[in-house]
Design a protein around this ligand. Sequence first.
Ligand code: NA7
Length: 557
Amino acid sequence: MTAEPINLHPSHHPLNPQTGARRVDVVVVGAGFGGMYATYRFREMGFRVQGFEAGGDVGGVWYWNRYPGARVDLPSIDYSFSFSPEIEQEWTWSEQFAAQPELLKYINFVADRLDLRRHIQFKTRVTRAVWDEARKLWTVTTDRGDTYEATYCIMATGPLSIPKDPEIPGIDRFKGQLLRAAKWPHQPVGFAGKRVGVIGTGSTGIQIVQEVGKEAGELFVFQRTPSFTMPMRNEVLEPDYVAEVKRNYASIRESARNSAVGGVRPQSTRAFFSVTPRQRQQLLEDAWKNGGLAMLGTFSDLLANPEANEHVAEFVRGKIGETVKDPVTAEKLKPRGYPIFARRPCLDSSYYETFNRPNVHLKDCIADPIVEITERGVKTQAGEVELDVLIFATGYDGLTGALLAFDIVGRDGRTMNEKWKDGARSHLGLMMEGFPNLFMTTGPNGPAALANIIRISEHDVDWIAAAMTHMEENGLSTIEPTAQAEQAWMDLVYALSQRTLLTKAKTWYVGANVKDKPQGLTLFTGGFLKYREHCAAAVQGGYRDFVFERAQQALAA
Ligand code: NA7
């Protein structure tokens, strides 16, 4: 990995002497996958681009999430940029599911290869973005006191970038080492001989537990809602396989773009009850053996038919029972009361086996709730667990958190917080009525979280690039969706959401993990391919769902 870049002051951008602001064409907020591609794409179009990133370098979640066991749960081949055939050929993945260090190495490789860092100011948070109606531009200010003026503002802030501490009193009191998965130290952390507690058993907690359980003196896993997790069955990628992939990248990407999940993995049109119980059992056994997210694709109706879903849930509970030796612990680990796959399905290599270790203890926070954090550890109703290290794997203010973390002020002084007070609204997950020239990548009401986020990011940036080209070619200064189009999209998102079981669990997908957050599934559940079709139709229809203003109407910026 390269050393973290020094904070660079982009003095090459012209200064507006009247406002004291630097003038650019495009501001990109965030330097994860979406922000990196946006920065590259818009630079290649000839725009002056300025990126801002809170982290010390590129990478987004993979910059921050350095906890032991952090690993992507989609195949690395899919979870990588597709826009550059050169990069596809030059980079070689070592594992089917890459671990965080390899992902970050890849991200750094791309940043170096495309010379992206000179456009990005790191360790800098955007604090405010205000639409200037007279001059038709965004004024963007940062926590370093910089001000920029930009024609276009791109929010590549990611759906999972604002980590959430648990709502437990006393966090500041803890005298041991407090670690947050999503802000993990850059230096290695040793657990040998230590009493370690982990709060949270989502994808993150599961990855941490199976790693730290091997090393810690004692590991206490504080579980409120158990997750369903399935075998990842990670593998080293053989050179022959990699060579075959490299020869076929174009068709692999094409299949991914034309799939519901934005990746190459089995999907089926077979309904669960269309085959005999024996065949069903065999198919589930095969999926369990194959690993990854194979099980979700085994039948077509697992997120639509509650009865089918429950059969699969029971199959996984059976596997938990077979793996975990202590029947009481096994029972507590078995998720009940919500459909399998309605929470993000997790993949593991030895999570359930970890509970067979004598040093690992499951603390059931439903039967015995956490009361507070103390100086010494975690106090539950039944008593205190003394700890040297306490790890929070307690999730994120997902989908909207990063966009509402600072002031975005659109037309007529209306803020995003006002616009979204009853829940996130957008058109195509890309734009909002009242916020001209402000674009989101992987935004709320798009398919973020339900499909490969890199495919979505690339798609969204390409869509935005096409809209900008349309504007430049036609002398247009602003673009904004109509209120009717936005409402129609929200109606569609809502109607589709009513057909899935995704609304039947308390998750970050529906905002249930954040106190006082408006509840609802602000995700497009029609699949990536359908999403792309809707976005393409908006363009092919001559942007009739959008209003534009002509450049001469704007005062000179
Ligand atoms: P998740 O999936 O939101 O999981 C957070 C976990 O933290 C979950 O088990 C929560 O239990 C638990 N939690 C939160 N607050 C508490 C308190 N106060 N007490 C006990 N337990 C608590 O976040 P992840 O980071 O694991 O995964 C996020 C995404 O990253 C994932 O979906 C993948 O897309 C990758 P709860 O469910 O609220 O009972």
